[in-house]
Design a protein around this ligand. Structure first.
Ligand code: URA
Length: 427
């Protein structure tokens, strides 16, 4: 096989065979194909796409490029959930414990945040002492005890994706639906859970900005997962505004705990968590979607889900008392409240921009090696549709790294779309 011929064929929209795709991925991972030729092929994919058969072949070749986890030691049915990335998305901290409280196991390997989206590992590490780098044996023991554990990605999982994603990031080749599908699905298939729920985010804070693209990615991932023999379902959820009120690591843990304590019983975060948990349970064979939705609600209302989180935190070295007293989470040194300058009605909240402001405050990282501030972030005090009186709070910004909020406050205010209700603020 010959790399120039392969690039030429994809450039001319002529499909490759599974063997050719497998050879391409293997040769690139082994260092036998240089970055410039792989970049040319990836750009040809960005421009021309791949057939579904090619996407399945690419996904499987990437999955097979490294280690695969064997979860057969987990006693319950296992379910994994993957979100395509959003702002304020703390759903894993809620649905993992809720699904575990309903009798399935949720063994999760998660990543750190990069850019405007947060990562579950960063959120959990804001709990004092919580360890996410655990050997597989410890991870599986915790899953068998509580039904839920989260660790950071380790081992040599999907090395092809690591190399290809770095190239795509450096060559404007990230936003290709077949490449995103193969990248996400190869990692999820390598993790080995019995069922897989994909939460494809759609809106200003997501990779997929339009419903049409989100539906395309969701459908493709679902078909690729099922073609690879994994019970897979993909659902599209809204990311046009931050999910819930809190954005930032410790702030999001606090909001997740408050929901599990029964203090939040409606709204987008609660509804999304119930929908995701119900779908995981149904995939895992726990009943109809309606029954599973009722089970998810009961697991939260009864406090059983919070008990799972408490036990998992204790077993991973963190202080379980945060589940009863969120003031034990790290507190920010500085804060600033952004207020309405007029009487207004909120028409939109740009999730991506709120994510970027949170990053600016210290909650996220632009480069992988950046240090983050676990206390930093934003608590939204308004939602789309709310009428806000002059001088009432719109949001509060938090940081321990910086006390000068001037740039962040202007950007945060610009992220809020509103209709002026006509009364002018005179000072
Ligand atoms: N997340 C991934 O893991 N891969 C992509 O290609 C995009 C988002």
């Amino acid at each position: 096989m010959n790399i120039i011929d392969i690039i030429e064929r994809t450039k001319n929209s002529q499909p490759l065979s599974s063997d050719e795709i497998s050879w391409l991925v293997k040769s690139y991972t082994a260092g036998d194909i240089p970055d410039y030729q792989m970049s040319a092929w990836l750009m040809a994919v960005c421009l021309n796409g791949l057939t579904e058969e090619e996407t399945v072949a690419l996904t499987l070749a990437m999955r097979d490029s490294g280690d695969q986890l064997d979860l057969s030691c987990i006693e319950r049915v296992t379910a994994d959930k993957h979100s395509t990335g959003g702002v304020g998305d703390k759903t894993t901290l809620i649905i993992g414990p809720a699904a575990a409280a309903c009798g399935i196991a949720v063994p999760k390997m998660s990543g750190r945040g990069l850019g405007h989206t947060g990562g579950t590992i960063d959120k959990l590490e804001s709990i004092e002492g919580f360890r996410t780098e655990l050997p597989f044996e410890r991870f599986s023991t915790i899953v068998n005890k509580t039904g839920f554990s989260v660790i950071s990605q380790s081992g040599d999982l999907c090395p092809a994706d690591k190399k290809m994603y770095a190239l795509r990031s450096a060559t404007a080749a990230v936003d290709s639906i077949p490449l995103i599908c193969a990248s996400v699905m190869s990692k999820k298939l390598a993790l080995g859970a019995d069922c897989l729920l994909l939460d494809v985010k759609c809106g200003s804070g997501a990779f997929m900005k339009t419903r049409e693209d989100a539906d395309k990615l969701a459908g493709l991932m679902e078909r690729v997962g099922n073609a690879a023999g994994k019970k897979t379902r993909a659902i599209v959820t809204d990311m046009s505004a931050p999910l819930g009120n809190a954005v930032g690591n410790a702030l999001e843990v606090k909001e997740a705990i408050e929901l599990l304590q029964g203090k939040i019983t409606g709204g987008a975060l609660y509804d999304t968590c119930i929908e995701l948990t119900a779908n995981m349970l149904e995939l895992a064979g726990k009943g109809s979607l309606e029954q599973c939705s009722a089970m998810a609600k009961e697991a939260i209302a009864s406090g059983k889900a919070l008990s799972v989180l408490r036990a998992t935190i204790a077993l991973q070295g963190g202080d379980p008392n945060v589940c009863d007293d969120t003031s034990l989470l790290p507190a920010p040194r500085f804060s600033y409240t952004v207020k309405a300058a007029h009487d207004i009605e909120i028409t939109a909240i740009n999730a991506q921009e709120i994510g970027m402001v949170s990053l600016l405050l210290g909650a996220g990282r632009l480069a992988k090696e950046d240090r983050i501030d676990p206390t930093a972030g934003i608590v939204m005090e308004c939602s789309v549709g709310d009428k806000i009186s002059v001088d009432a709070p719109l949001m509060t910004l938090y940081s321990s790294f910086c006390s000068d909020f001037s740039e962040a406050a202007v950007r945060a205010l610009n992220a809020v779309g509103y209709k002026d209700l006509g009364k002018v603020n005179n000072y």
